[in-house]
Design a protein around this ligand. Structure first.
Ligand SMILES: [Ca+2]
Length: 194
């Protein structure tokens, strides 16, 4: 960076303002040359200040270096934090995948449970249908037996009325016979009893 500029060394090569890092370095070489000599034309306007235009002062150079260091630091820490964030997001993504897998497993369990409930519901429906059928059959049977009972009742009624009619006829017959016997008896009594 800093160019060592002994006069002896200085004589061996040519120097221009662009060869110096700072104005102070150029000034040092310029001042090291005795007398009014300016062999490298570092002070073209002859005001005693070498390369005062275009070269930064030492303070400016230090400021540039510090700025560059700060920029580099900012870039390094930015990269570090970006990398950390990326890793954290990757972990978060991993977590998300785990949670998704868990959710899917839960969903499968729920689906299986729903299927089980569905099966049970249809089994119960079938049982209810069976019960309904049985109830219907029982109802038909009872209707049938009611009909039979009705038929039996009707035939009994017929039998009874027939019996009643016959009884009436027998009674009438008996009454007639009794009357005849009575009248006959009276006639016989009136004939034979003096
Ligand atoms: Ca000058």
């Amino acid at each position: 960076m800093l160019l060592l500029t002994t006069p002896a060394h200085a004589q061996q090569r040519d120097f221009d303002c662009v060869d110096f890092v700072s104005q102070r370095d150029a000034q040092r070489l310029y001042d090291s040359i005795p007398g009014e000599n300016d062999p490298y034309l570092l002070d073209r306007d002859g005001d005693g200040f070498a390369c005062e235009v275009g070269l930064p002062s030492r303070e400016q150079t230090a400021a540039y270096v510090m700025l560059a260091a700060a920029l580099a630091g900012a870039m390094i820490s930015g990269a570090y934090f970006w990398d950390r964030r990326r890793r954290a997001q990757a972990v978060k993504g991993h977590d998300l995948e785990d949670r998704l897998a868990e959710l899917q497993s839960n969903l499968r369990t729920v689906t299986t449970s729903i299927e089980g409930i569905d099966k049970e519901v249809s089994a119960r429906k079938e049982a209810v249908e069976q019960l309904k059928k049985e109830a219907q059959q029982a109802e038909e049977l009872s209707r049938l037996s009611a009909n039979q009972a009705e038929a039996v009742k009707a035939s009994l009624r017929d039998v009874i009325s027939a019996y009643d009619r016959r009884t009436l006829q027998i009674n009438i017959l008996l009454a007639i016979v009794t009357s005849i016997v009575g009248i006959g008896g009276s006639v016989l009594v009136s004939i034979f009893v003096p």
